[in-house]
Design a protein around this ligand. Structure first.
Ligand SMILES: COc1ccc2nc(C(=O)O)sc2c1
Length: 240
């Protein structure tokens, strides 16, 4: 997979060279290119923004630099352009899985009051476009969202995570939050590890984990539980 990032703050994406994406680049699984959007400006001040038509506070990112960048980067068939924006569709594990199947992602990181709408419209004529938000809050720009989306997507690439089995049991992987986890010592600050986890009874352990995941999800994220799951009558294990 090839990842391109268009940003006016390239240093903000320096973490891409560390942790998960860094290792994938070394292994050839990933190709990462961060581009300073200002390289596609031609005035002395390297202007990327201007005042909004129709008035209002703040500035809007100009269309020309993005258009020239798309052309130079060969944005077209086989490319998915991801605009990170507070007005985007919510980023979910399902969307991460979908994006992990793409050959190439080009992240267009907004700043100021956003990117001129014609850039998104133009991109739709060239390639697949997704407008994505991390959640119901607003950041100062799209770079943090691009980093988060990248990590969630890249770790799903086949052969990327050492222990693929761990992907299956993660929160949201199966639609539920993850069950509580414990490790040594068996007792700490007067708190014991649940006996079932030390019983060696793998069936009982699996059942306990399923119920803990359901309970945690019901308590914290009932929206993730299908209505039928709540009405199927099976008791949800009382809190541990
Ligand atoms: C102007 O560019 C922005 C501003 C805020 C923002 N917030 C995001 C989020 O995903 O929460 S993406 C994003 C892009």
């Amino acid at each position: 997979m090839r990842l391109d990032y268009l940003t006016i703050f390239p240093d903000y994406l320096a973490p891409l060279g560390l942790s998960l994406p860094g290792k994938a680049v070394e292994s050839g699984l990933l190709e990462v290119h961060v581009h300073d959007l200002r390289q596609w400006t031609h005035d002395r001040h390297r202007t990327v923004d201007d005042t909004p038509y129709g008035g209002g506070a703040g500035m809007v990112m100009k269309p020309e630099p993005f258009g020239e960048a798309f052309a130079e980067l060969g944005v077209g068939a086989g490319t998915t352009v991801v605009f990170t924006t507070p007005s985007g569709e919510p980023f979910t594990q399902a969307l991460a899985a979908e994006l992990s199947t793409r050959e190439r992602l080009v992240f267009a990181c907004g700043r100021y009051e956003g990117i001129d709408q014609r850039v998104i419209d133009h991109a739709r004529d060239l390639a697949e476009v997704r407008e994505v938000s991390l959640g119901d809050y607003v950041l100062n720009g799209g770079e943090v969202a691009a980093l988060a989306i990248t990590e969630a997507v890249v770790r799903l690439l086949p052969g990327f995570m050492g222990n693929a089995a761990s992907l299956v049991e993660e929160s949201h992987a199966g639609g539920l939050l993850e069950y509580p986890v414990y490790t040594k010592p068996p007792a700490w600050e007067g708190r014991e590890v649940p006996a079932v986890l030390r019983s060696g009874d793998h069936g009982a352990i699996a059942a306990w984990r399923r119920e803990q995941a359901r309970r945690r999800t019901a308590e914290r994220r009932p929206d993730l539980l299908a209505p039928s799951a709540l009405e199927d009558g099976s008791p949800i294990v009382p809190a541990v």
